[in-house]
Design a protein around this ligand. Structure first.
Ligand SMILES: Nc1nc2c(c(=O)[nH]1)N[C@H]1C(S)=C(S)[C@@H](COP(=O)(O)OP(=O)(O)OC[C@H]3O[C@@H](n4cnc5c(=O)[nH]c(N)nc54)[C@H](O)[C@@H]3O)O[C@H]1N2
Ligand SMILES: Nc1nc2c(c(=O)[nH]1)N[C@H]1C(S)=C(S)[C@@H](COP(=O)(O)OP(=O)(O)OC[C@H]3O[C@@H](n4cnc5c(=O)[nH]c(N)nc54)[C@H](O)[C@@H]3O)O[C@H]1N2
Ligand code: SF4
Ligand SMILES: [Mo]
Length: 749
């Protein structure tokens, strides 16, 4: 029996299956009761080794999502402007006849791919979408990273030699947590996989610890804070620089040995940034900044963690770097209770134990064609997508689990640009704002029909944990597994047939690479042969074999039966997961830098301090729009589930009463919000806890568009905030879009 095939149930008794929630980075264990293919109840799995029963309202709706009549179950082909159901064979033939010639017409240079956020949550897509990219033969890769975490990854690449080496807050052991631009009480955390952030924050406070929150909004997380600072948006890099200077100027930093020279270079470069010099530009009292530095310095186990509110700004890379500098000056980097590095059970670039090696990382080697935006870590910034299509540099596009029309800047322009493509293919669950432009849409099965393992979040978890979930429900009649769809698509794009055999060949090629990587690993036991590996993992097709290869050759692996350790089988025997323990210090073995130490004073980072100094002049007076998440939402794609959208509308604009008054607006009024690129009309919700001069609108809304099939979302449409986001405003180092802190005007509608 293939591991992908769930055991058929003859009886109609209620069965309980345990499964990791695939929706957000918290990776909660779910206990799913179901009967005859219908989910009857979802609760938190109290025996899950990591989440211990925690879940949020979204985790309970996987059954509703499975049943959603709008969820696509067959491929769709656009004929005469209308999407019509088609067979898989027809769909792959249409792609061979349409997309392949479009790619070939530009010698493959005009092809692009956009990888959306759910790719990192999907075992199938993480393992098989690289095959699609490779088969396209295009170097134009876009992803949601450049509207999200790319600055953090870039800073890590420069400092530690790998973009996967991201410090995570050791929240269970810290005594003082400084949280900047993150709202984990609502988002459940990001780049810090920790199911039950709320419980962990409460535990920190219960053990007498402190929570310092820096956020222009008085969020649910700020409500928990022992200290809350509400800065001017976009000024966090200044704040961090001033904290670093204050720590060293007052001798409150902790002694550092190996990295003294590099840190002294950084500290010297930060001299101009003091609590007094940044006060006006951050909108904070110098005394409040000094107090934060003192609280951190006095803490037994301090930790600084920054997230989305700092990365979707023009200084995202610099702010991410300065987080590490402050942690290093506090002795909190790579220390228990501070900012630590996870060890991915599925293996990662930084788990091979090779120790120091690698080339100097440099920036700025590639630029986009139309306007010269930076291409870093192999990706084009999404801010460049519309202009690249308009200038004819991109003529064919594949989107995988992404909805850029709602999530990327200057949406109206991107929406129009997509219509100009010669051919577009989407792999998605819905006919939505983006996929409506596709000539062919290939459906994904529901999440309950797929295997799950969090390959990506092993790099980011606050404990080392491994947990595998088998599919609960079988595929629909005529349904294809998502890995199979991706592999068939890759085969068609490479000029092959979109058949099961072709997909198997793509799969075998990936398995071959993993076998070679295992044999080449410095941890590979002497004498282990290729045959032994192949016999151990078998030759079944699909993600389980690949996962087995990764686990068994990973840092906790059983090396194909030659030692005790992880394997897929071991995980199947433990449906609540295997806890591999608290994080342990990993410097220097985690580093891939030429010096064998963190490159704290990397020239590309030091080189941005001049630009940062230009912020000291202070911002202009205009209103600034910031981003916001709401608990029952998940970016753009869960608004078609009644249970999550019912009740009062969530897509409103929060505004301080003083800002509303000067504009003649009252609670519930409709306002027109305009930026340099667009305008929307939205209901005003007064909030006197928000920093004055700041307004906040959530993203992912703006449904009800012609050509989509989202019945419930259409009735709860909201507005698309990214109609307002300019494409020109990016972090010039990473190319990440500024989605927060840009100027808008607000007037009564
Ligand atoms: N419920 C829910 N959960 C989600 C998601 C969702 O859509 N809904 N999305 C998931 C995804 S893809 C991600 S990446 C994570 C993100 O999770 P988080 O990183 O926690 O991001 P947000 O919840 O957007 O919170 C960012 C905070 O930054 C603040 N902010 C905005 N601008 C600035 C600024 O310039 N400086 C500072 N200091 N703060 C600022 C905002 O007010 C906001 O409270 O959430 C994930 N979880
Ligand atoms: N203004 C503003 N804009 C933002 C943000 C913000 O805070 N403010 N946040 C940004 C962030 S952090 C992110 S991550 C991006 C998200 O940007 P995107 O990734 O482009 O958007 P999502 O809404 O996550 O879209 C996910 C798509 O994948 C589909 N999908 C879901 N699960 C699966 C699956 O298993 N397989 C397949 N094939 N498809 C699937 C859904 O139907 C949907 O079409 O948005 C960014 N945009
Ligand atoms: S917090 Fe995230 S992982 Fe946990 S149940 Fe909610 S959506 Fe799922
Ligand atoms: Mo994200």
């Amino acid at each position: 029996m293939s591991l992908s095939e769930p055991a058929a149930s003859a009886s109609s008794d209620v069965e309980t299956s345990f499964r990791t929630c695939p929706l957000c980075e918290a990776t909660c264990g779910l206990s799913i009761e179901h009967r005859d293919g219908v989910v009857t109840r979802i609760r938190g799995d109290r025996d899950d080794v990591f989440s211990k029963g925690f879940l949020c309202p979204k985790g309970t709706v996987l059954g509703k999502f499975h049943e959603d009549p709008d969820r696509l179950r067959t491929p769709l082909i656009k004929r005469d402007g209308v999407h019509q159901p088609a067979s898989w064979e027809e769909a792959f033939t249409a792609i061979a006849d349409g997309l392949v010639p479009a790619l070939d017409a530009t010698e493959r240079d005009g092809g692009a791919i956009y990888l959306g956020n759910p790719v990192v949550h999907s075992l199938d897509l993480l393992l098989y979408s690289p095959a699609i990219t490779m088969a396209m033969g295009s170097k134009k890769v876009f992803s949601a990273s450049t509207v999200d975490q790319r600055p953090r990854e870039l800073a890590s690449g420069l400092i530690y030699g790998s973009s996967f080496t991201i410090p995570v807050p050791d929240i269970d052991r810290t005594s003082t947590l400084l949280l900047i631009g993150a709202n984990p009480m609502v988002s459940n955390g990001s780049l810090a996989t920790a199911p039950d952030w709320p419980g962990r924050i409460n535990a920190l406070l219960d053990r007498g610890g402190s929570l310092i929150v820096v956020d222009p909004a008085h969020t649910k997380t700020a409500e928990k804070a022992t200290t809350h600072l509400a800065p001017i948006p976009g000024s966090d890099a200044l704040l961090l620089a001033a904290i670093a200077t204050e720590l060293t100027a007052t001798g409150q930093h902790r002694p550092v040995d190996e990295d003294r020279d590099a840190l002294e270079t950084v500290v010297a470069g930060l001299e101009a940034f003091t609590p007094d010099s940044v006060a006006a530009a951050t909108g904070l009292d110098a005394a409040a900044i000094r107090d934060v530095a003192t609280q951190l310095a006095a803490a037994e186990r301090p930790c600084v963690y920054a997230r989305l509110g700092t990365t979707i700004t023009p200084f995202g890379t610099t702010a991410s770097w300065l987080v590490d500098i402050v942690n290093a000056l506090l002795g909190a980097l790579d220390a228990p209770g501070g900012a630590m590095f996870a060890k991915n059970p599925a293996g990662s670039k930084n788990t091979r134990g090779l120790g120091p090696f690698g080339k100097e990382q440099t920036l700025g080697r590639r630029k986009t064609q139309a306007s010269g935006m930076p291409i870093e870590l192999g990706e084009h910034p999404v801010a460049a997508m519309a202009e690249e299509i308009e200038s004819g540099n991109i003529t064919a596009l594949v989107t995988v689990a992404g909805n850029p029309v709602l999530s990327c800047p200057d949406s109206h322009r991107l929406d129009a640009a997509l219509e100009g493509l010669a051919f577009m293919v989407s792999l998605d669950c819905y006919l939505n704002e983006t996929t409506r432009h596709a000539n062919v849409i290939l459906p994904s099965p529901s999440h309950l029909q797929k295997a799950h393992f969090d390959v990506a979040f092993g790099n980011l978890a606050i404990r080392n944990v491994a947990n595998y979930s088998a599919p609960i429900f079988p595929l629909d009649d005529n349904g294809l597994a998502e890995w199979d769809v991706a592999a068939r698509l890759a085969s068609v794009l490479g000029g092959g047939a979109g058949t099961a055999q072709a997909a198997a060949a793509v799969d075998d090629a990936i398995a071959d690479r993993l076998v070679r990587a295992a044999l080449d690993s410095p941890q590979c036991p002497e004498g282990l042969s290729e045959d032994q590996i192949r016999v151990a993992v078998g030759n079944g097709h699909g993600p389980e074999r690949l996962l087995d290869l990764m686990l068994r050759s990973g840092p906790f692996g059983d090396w194909f039966g030659t030692s005790d350790g992880l394997s897929l089988e071991a995980l199947i025997e433990q449906p609540h997961g295997i806890d591999l323990g608290a994080l342990k210090p990993r410097i220097p073995e985690v580093l891939m830098t030429p010096s064998g130490r963190p490159e704290f004073a990397h020239p590309s980072l030091m080189g941005d301090l001049g630009r940062l100094a230009s912020l000291l002049d202070g911002p202009t007076d205009g209103l600034r729009l910031i981003n916001r998440r709401t608990l029952r939402s998940n970016n753009s794609w869960m608004h078609n589930l009644e249970i999550l959208v019912k009740g009062k509308p969530r897509c409103t604009m929060l505004m301080h009463p003083s800002d509303a008054k000067t504009r003649g607006l009252k609670n519930g009024d409709f306002a027109t919000v305009s930026s340099s690129v667009g305008s929307v009309e939205i209901a005003v919700e007064l909030d006197d806890s928000l920093r004055a001069g700041v307004v906040s609108i959530p993203h992912g809304w703006g449904h009800g568009v012609e050509g989509t099939a989202l019945t419930v979302a259409g009735r709860n449409a909201g507005v698309n905030v990214n109609v307002l986001t300019p494409t020109a405003a990016i972090d010039p180092l990473s190319g990440t879009s500024q989605l927060t802190g840009f100027e808008v005007e607000v007037a009564p509608s």
